[in-house]
Design a protein around this ligand. Structure first.
Ligand SMILES: Cc1cc2nc3c(=O)[nH]c(=O)nc-3n(C[C@H](O)[C@H](O)[C@H](O)COP(=O)(O)OP(=O)(O)OC[C@H]3O[C@@H](n4cnc5c(N)ncnc54)[C@H](O)[C@@H]3O)c2cc1C
Length: 267
């Protein structure tokens, strides 16, 4: 159980940051994960008054506030159009609408869970996090960092000329995933493949463009590279060996799908 001694609705990011420097204090996102922990919180720091609950789209980027809920992400028409539904596909399996109405982007990215669909999804994009004191850091770098006491202010997704595709394997519809895969095909033919729920944190593979190689051949080549390199582990949801196999299968499917889309557009 989580107990909270004091509650403070922060009036500025500086105030939130100052309060968060004390070890006993905790920032609140949607509190979905926090409330399952067995902790005594000194001061619970609420960020809901700081205007961080909006997704702003410009010509070249999306700015996603830390207090944006997973449901807001899932329903955002601009993100849906930009990713051709990959954002919705990544989020729609996470428990249920009620949970996604509460769980936040900030809480999800700060937590950097191994099983995170959210982390896997954004790893395949040109995505950075804005930290109040730490400034702008690429998500790839942030994913590797140890937990600190900075405030995650927003995610910044730079728009690229790219196609996206998201898949996950789950033992049952709304369970935590056995494996996640987010893929991006850039206009020049380069690929980014993020694999998560290994059950370790998502990792990113990048492949240079190989123009003229048939789709199936390219897909097999990428799948073999991922399969041979990826570090997986076993837990109650699947064995390391099964996950390695799935990593190859999902990579292959992603490349086949994205090559088919490109071919369709060219015709
Ligand atoms: C039963 C269950 C099933 C789930 N299944 C999935 C799943 O299948 N796929 C998936 O991707 N996710 C899943 N999740 C995780 C969920 O999507 C959220 O990522 C998680 O609940 C954290 O989000 P939150 O807003 O509730 O954060 P909270 O619980 O409020 O906070 C989590 C941590 O982040 C810190 N924090 C929050 N906001 C900030 C900020 N702005 N700056 C700095 N630190 C911050 C908090 O202090 C805390 O340490 C699941 C969660 C639950 C409870």
């Amino acid at each position: 159980m989580m107990t909270i001694r004091e509650y403070k609705r922060a009036e500025t990011l500086e105030e939130a940051w100052q309060l968060n420097q004390k070890k006993a204090n905790r920032v609140l996102g949607g509190m979905i994960w926090l409330k399952m922990e067995n902790i005594n919180v000194g001061t619970a720091i609420d960020l809901s008054g700081l205007g961080l609950d909006a997704i702003e789209e410009t010509e070249d980027s999306f700015s996603i506030g830390a207090m944006v809920t997973l449901r807001q992400l899932e329903e955002h028409p601009g993100l849906a159009a930009y990713t051709r539904g990959a954002v919705k596909e990544a989020l729609r399996h996470i428990v249920g609408v009620q949970l996604r109405n509460l769980a936040t982007v900030g809480g999800s990215i700060y937590s950097r869970f191994g099983f995170s669909d959210v982390l896997t999804l954004f790893m395949a994009m040109d995505c950075s996090v804005e930290l109040y004191k730490g400034g702008i850091v690429s998500l790839r770098e942030y994913a590797e960092r140890p937990y600190d006491r900075d405030i995650l202010v927003r995610l910044i997704v730079k728009k690229e000329n790219a196609e996206f595709f998201y898949q996950s394997v789950r033992n049952s519809q709304t369970d935590i995933p056995v494996l996640t895969c987010a893929a991006a095909r850039l206009a020049d033919g380069c690929y980014r493949i993020a694999i998560g729920a290994r059950p370790l944190k998502a990792v990113l593979y990048e492949f240079p463009a190989e123009n003229g190689v048939p789709a199936q051949e390219l897909a097999l080549k990428c799948a073999d590279a991922v399969k041979n390199d990826i570090i997986t582990d076993s837990n109650m949801r699947g064995s390391a060996e099964y996950r390695r196999h799935l990593a190859g299968v999902l990579t292959k499917r992603a490349v086949v799908e994205l090559e088919a889309r490109t071919a369709q557009e060219e015709n």
